[in-house]
Design a protein around this ligand. Structure first.
Ligand SMILES: Nc1ncnc2c1ncn2[C@@H]1O[C@H](COP(=O)(O)OP(=O)(O)OP(=O)(O)O)[C@@H](O)[C@H]1O
Length: 335
């Protein structure tokens, strides 16, 4: 088949509204200590596609493997097993030099905490760093670019000479966003980009991220503990528990099915007391959280565990078009 016919097929598929995958994650595992027995996986057999232009949310309790997965997609961590395809290229075994060539297409926004940046660097130095590594433009051109980017994130040239300790959390967050976007990436991992900032500022940063996504045609993996932020910004949400995907859904709302996602939802604060659901107690006081050797990874905390959950790990299966659940008892086609 000629290149022209392949392009035509892709063009007509896009016209029909079919989306293109920017990232394909195929059976990815991460084990930090391979010598340990039994092996403990921070990420366990995750398969997932991230569509071009999508904002994919990633939620779950602390330590469930969200950042590890995000870092593996950017190749800041090497998967133990599985494949990562970016823009139709298998980058799993890319060397440092091969990654250098595409590093500008994939960036990360970290939490804008006080120690997020080198305290001896000015804003200009912070944002220049990726430019110095990847661009051969003159110093003047770089400065022009930095000022233009600062303006895009709601700051101005007067911030160029500031140090990170001379800024508020929100201003630091904006500098972090400017630094991540200065190389004009396609894919950005936002790791807790709105954590520990107040409600009004959170709304501003979320609005800014949505605006920038439109302006720069970005695709985000949005990692967060904050269910309301995830619901505001994301097209789909992946719910992780102990390295495994429990559910994929359009939002954490009353359509969630998995007992773990229901518990996450019940734990969120709802302003209207009449709409609040009862908190579900998933772990009794003093009880230790253990990763089961077989069966469903959530069996020790689930309120509905049956015999089959102790022996057989449920597969992630479609409930409907965009809704996937890994539970023996949630899906219509199951046991
Ligand atoms: N470099 C590392 N070496 C060893 N273990 C690690 C390393 N990084 C993460 N882990 C472990 O992997 C598991 C997943 O960690 P990860 O940071 O991905 O979780 P997370 O869901 O992002 O947590 P949080 O929300 O608190 O950031 C944890 O048990 C953690 O202790």
């Amino acid at each position: 088949m000629s290149i022209l016919s392949l392009c035509l097929i892709q063009f007509f598929n896009l016209k029909k509204g079919e989306s293109v995958n920017l990232l394909e994650i195929k059976g990815v595992y991460k084990c930090y200590n391979e010598k340990q027995k039994p092996k403990v996986y921070a990420v366990h057999n995750i398969s997932l596609n991230i569509k071009k232009g999508e904002i994919l949310g990633l939620v779950g309790e602390s330590g469930c493997g969200k950042s590890t997965l995000g870092k593996m997609l950017l190749k800041l961590e090497q998967p133990t097993r599985g494949r990562i395809i970016f823009n139709r290229h298998d980058i799993t075994d890319y060397s440092f030099n091969q990654m250098r060539k595409i590093r500008n297409s994939m960036q990360m926004i970290f939490q804008g905490t006080a120690n997020a940046f080198n305290p001896y660097f000015t804003v200009k130095q912070i944002i220049s760093e990726p430019l110095n590594n990847y661009s051969s433009e003159s110093a003047e051109e770089k400065e022009k670019k930095i000022v233009a980017m600062l303006e895009k994130v709601g700051l101005n040239h007067t911030y160029l000479t500031r140090y990170s300790q001379e800024m508020s959390g929100g201003q630091r967050q904006r500098v972090g966003i400017a630094r991540a976007l200065i190389l004009n990436p396609e894919f950005v991992v936002c790791d807790e980009a709105v954590s520990s900032i107040d409600y009004a500022l959170k709304r501003q940063i979320l609005t800014l991220l949505i605006d920038l996504k439109r302006q720069f045609d970005l695709t985000y993996l949005f990692i967060s503990h904050d269910i309301s932020a995830v619901n505001k910004i994301c097209d789909r949400v992946v719910v992780m528990y102990l390295g495994n995907i429990m559910e994929i859904i359009s939002g954490i709302n009353d359509k969630v099915q998995h007992p773990y996602t229901k518990a996450l939802l019940a734990a969120t604060l709802v302003p209207d007391p009449k709409k609040r659901s009862k908190n579900m107690v998933l772990l009794r006081e003093g009880e230790e959280l253990k990763i089961p050797e077989k069966g469903c990874v959530f069996q020790n905390r689930c309120l509905y565990t049956q015999e089959v959950c102790k022996t057989k790990q449920p597969a992630l299966v479609p409930h409907n078009d965009e809704h996937y659940i890994a539970c023996h008892f949630c899906c219509k086609n199951r046991i």
